[in-house]
Design a protein around this ligand. Structure first.
Ligand SMILES: [Zn+2]
Length: 123
């Protein structure tokens, strides 16, 4: 449960102390979130190798599907036009883009490095 909290609050997967992102990003200003290269507290390198975060795109895709399925269903209840539904889905996907960017990278990092924290606690 603490890992879930650390993912949501965007803390380092190893120490859980430092924030991973310096800027949260803003879709209205077309600003992407900015990430630190390594943890301020434990020195853990977030991007293990070049292209490490390509895998986070698949996590982001899954997140977007999970978010847009209810948007689709709810909009289909109230709106008959498919074009309007697609426009609503596009707007929602755009508004959630920076959130999904950050959350998908956090989940991706915790898939690979989240267990290191547990091992250090038990040793
Ligand atoms: Zn750390």
């Amino acid at each position: 449960m603490s890992q879930f909290k650390d993912i949501i609050t965007e803390k380092c997967p190893v120490c859980g102390e430092s924030h991973v992102f310096t800027q949260k990003g803003n879709p209205f200003l077309f600003k992407m979130p900015k990430m630190k290269k390594e943890c301020d507290v434990c020195g853990h390198k977030f991007e293990k190798e070049p292209g490490f975060f390509y895998g986070a795109m698949y996590v982001s895709y899954g997140l977007t599907i999970l978010e847009m399925a209810p948007v689709f269903l709810i909009s289909r209840i109230f709106i008959e036009s498919y074009n309007a539904t697609i426009a609503i889905i596009g707007i929602c996907a755009f508004l959630l883009s920076t959130f999904n960017f950050r959350l998908s990278r956090m989940i991706w990092m915790y898939i690979f490095d989240g267990k290191k924290k547990k091992q250090e606690v038990h040793n």
